[in-house]
Design a binder for this molecule. Structure first.
Ligand SMILES: [Fe+2]
Length: 387
């Protein structure tokens, strides 16, 4: 008996205004494509990789859908065919996918973070989270990549669930996601709009910027064994950030949010002794690289994880963007490092970010009014629910 040909649901990632990418696991060399159907009866296939081959692989297949109009709803299914005899064939269930639409008056999104391969936590988050335009998975999916089989059980099929059903995934890189001997292979299993760990997209009136804060220690720290190069990546993102936020779709957006794993602000920011086991709770190197561009743009809120401690820091004169940090990986809402998730709902009048624990209690509620030519208007009403 051979293993099942297909090892995960078709995971919808990297939603864009003109398409998305679907990634799924396979157990042996296969080729695959996406079939689509529209409500008006039209149908077709997405069936070419960038070099003109039908997408192929021995552990993962990925198909990029492109050329669609903003706000298009399709049903898609992934079809997989083994390359060698017996040429087993598998068609997934149909699932609905909707492309992003900057012209929409509303937006609805959710944020998870720091799930750290905890199936119980993913199961609870999956049950609590509604269908949304985008599910942002804000880093530390894993506990370092020690085994390549973990990409399947962590990213594509966590807890055996189809977490992208009704919620296309935008993945944000955390410091654990870049660790371990297999970390360099994560890019095979995740799709991002431009193939980079930073991007920008509009969900209706909300301009979203995704940034990669990298590691929580300097690149030359001995624990990294020469494997990371985040200093140049932060500098590249600084230049990119200045350019992308000058584009009208982002420059003029009513709401302006940044998602990055390590916060850019924290409740205290003392010097860190990296030689004595210290690490960054707050990425001051990222803030140094990006602050000017964020301030010029009028970024309203930075949404992060990493500290496993829910916190809201209101904007200040020096740091004119709020910082919202969500919870950790624990399922028990009364425990330290308890999990939380954030629901974002935007209308023409306001964007509301609501952070809840897994018992449903509201930990923070941040209400943001649209940015205008006068600058940023922001008011926050943090609700306290600690023991
Ligand atoms: Fe974490």
């Amino acid at each position: 008996m051979s293993a099942p040909l297909v090892t995960s649901p078709p995971v919808v990632m990297a939603p864009r205004a003109d398409g998305f990418e679907v990634v799924w696991g396979v157990s042996r060399l296969s080729r695959g494509w996406l079939e689509w159907r529209a409500a008006d009866g039209a149908s077709g296939r997405f069936t070419a990789d960038p070099f003109g081959l039908v997408p192929q692989g021995d552990s993962v297949l990925r198909v990029r859908a492109a050329g669609l109009a903003p706000g298009t709803t399709l049903r898609v299914r992934a079809v997989t065919e083994a390359v060698y005899a017996p040429r087993e064939r598998n068609a997934s269930a149909w699932k609905a996918v909707r492309t992003l639409d900057a012209a929409s008056e509303t937006a609805h999104f959710a944020v998870w973070n720091d799930t750290h391969e905890r199936d119980d936590t993913v199961r609870a988050l999956h049950a609590a989270t509604p269908a949304v335009d985008v599910l942002i998975w804000n880093g530390d999916l894993c506990n370092d990549w020690h085994d390549p089989s973990a990409f399947l059980s962590t990213v594509l099929n966590p807890a055996g669930l189809d977490i992208s059903a009704g919620r296309p995934l935008a993945l944000v890189m955390g410091n654990h996601d870049v660790r371990g001997p297999w970390a360099h292979r994560l890019t095979d299993y995740v799709a991002t709009p431009e193939g980079r760990p930073f991007t920008a997209f509009r969900i209706g009136p909300v301009a979203c910027v995704v940034l990669h804060t990298g590691e929580d220690k300097p690149d030359d720290h001995p624990t990294f064994a020469g494997r990371v190069a985040f200093e140049p990546l932060r500098a590249e993102q600084a230049a990119w950030l200045r350019n992308v936020t000058a584009q009208p779709a982002f420059r003029d957006a009513p709401y302006r949010i940044v998602f990055c794993h390590i916060p850019l602000r924290w409740i205290d920011e003392p010097p860190v002794d990296y030689d004595a086991g210290g690490y960054d709770q707050v990425s001051l190197v990222s803030r140094a690289a990006w602050h000017e561009a964020l301030a010029v743009w009028g970024a309203q809120v930075i949404v992060s994880g990493h500290t496993h401690e829910p916190v809201w820091l209101a904007p200040t004169a020096d740091l004119p963007y709020g910082q919202l940090v969500s919870g950790g990986p624990e399922t028990d809402a009364a425990a330290d490092e308890a999990a939380a998730w954030i629901e974002g709902a935007a209308s023409p009048d306001e964007l509301v970010l609501t952070m809840r624990d897994l018992a449903g209690a509201v930990l923070h509620e941040v209400r943001i009014t649209p940015a205008d030519s006068e600058g940023v208007n922001l008011s926050a009403r943090p609700l306290v629910s600690q023991e």
